[in-house]
Each structure stands twice: as C-alpha cells, then as structure tokens.
Design a protein around this ligand. Structure first.
Ligand code: FES
Length: 152
C-alpha cells in the first residue's frame, strides 16, 4: 500500500483552516455587537438577563430555567410573569411537577404552598422564596438577576 503526502494540499488545508478561524472570530465579535445593538447596552447595566421566549410560557404554566447559574421558576398568571427561586426551602425539591392554582404554587414533594407574587410560604409568611422581577421585551422574558448598581 502506497501512502502519498501531498504537501500542496496540506498547505491549502492549513490556509483554509486559518481563514475559517479568523472568519469565526469575526462572526463572534459581530454577533456580540449585534446583540448589544438589539437589547441595548442598558440590558447589562439594569441587571436583566434574557431567558426563554415569551411563547414558551403560556398562561397558567410554570417553567424551570437556569440563568447565570440560578435555578428559577417562571410562572405566568393573570397575564404577568413571575420569577422565583426554584428550590423549596423545606427539603430542596424543585417546583416543576408541582401544582399551580391561581397565584399559589404547591411543591410536588410535600405540598408546601407559596404565593408567586411575593414568594411567601402560605403557612408562615416569614419563610420566603427569593423572587425575581421579570419583563418581556422582543418576545423574550428577561429576569432581573442583579439589582442595578446605584450611580453616584
Ligand atoms: S421539599 Fe418542598 S415541601 Fe418539602
């Protein structure tokens, strides 16, 4: 069996890879710029991060998302979207698979109930889930992960 090395083809292949690499870097920079153009630089400053598309969460539905490493339950009730921690303070279960009745979500593990509007446990208002403000822009649900820093 004869194995031939075609040095000319190898050089051409290297040039092709180099051009593709440069092109991908250029495209990456271009996309980042266009994202800022679309959402505006203020999206980073005001602490809101994009999550799922608006039509992925219908009225009366819950959906678990993870944004910036945080497990968040999105709930759509009364035309509003609410965000709350997707970690039950009782024993750490997540809420997907639980029951949603009006503004109350019931944990699927042991039945603790929380108000999605303020995160309060219905039996003891001192136990509160972290809540996140949500807004819809460009058909996307944005979640306030960090509070905006005060400008001096
Ligand atoms: S883990 Fe949620 S009620 Fe027990």
């Amino acid at each position: 069996m004869l194995i031939q090395f075609d040095i000319h083809n190898d050089i051409q292949l290297s040039w092709t890879r180099a051009i593709l690499y440069c092109f991908s870097i250029w495209i990456g920079k271009f996309l980042r710029l266009s994202k800022n153009d679309i959402y505006g630089e203020s999206m980073n400053k005001d602490g809101f991060e994009s999550s799922i598309k608006e039509d992925e969460l219908k009225e009366g539905q819950m959906r678990a998302v993870r944004v910036k490493g945080k497990p968040i339950l999105l709930v759509r009730v009364g035309g509003e979207v609410f965000g709350l921690s997707n970690r039950c303070p009782h024993a750490g279960c997540t809420f997907e698979g639980g029951i949603l009745r009006e503004y109350i979500v019931m944990c699927p593990c042991h039945g603790w109930k929380f108000d999605v509007r303020n995160g309060q446990y219905t039996e003891n208002p001192l136990t509160v889930l972290q809540t996140y403000r949500c807004k819809i822009m460009f058909s996307t649900i944005f979640i306030e992960i960090e509070k905006p820093k005060q400008q001096k």
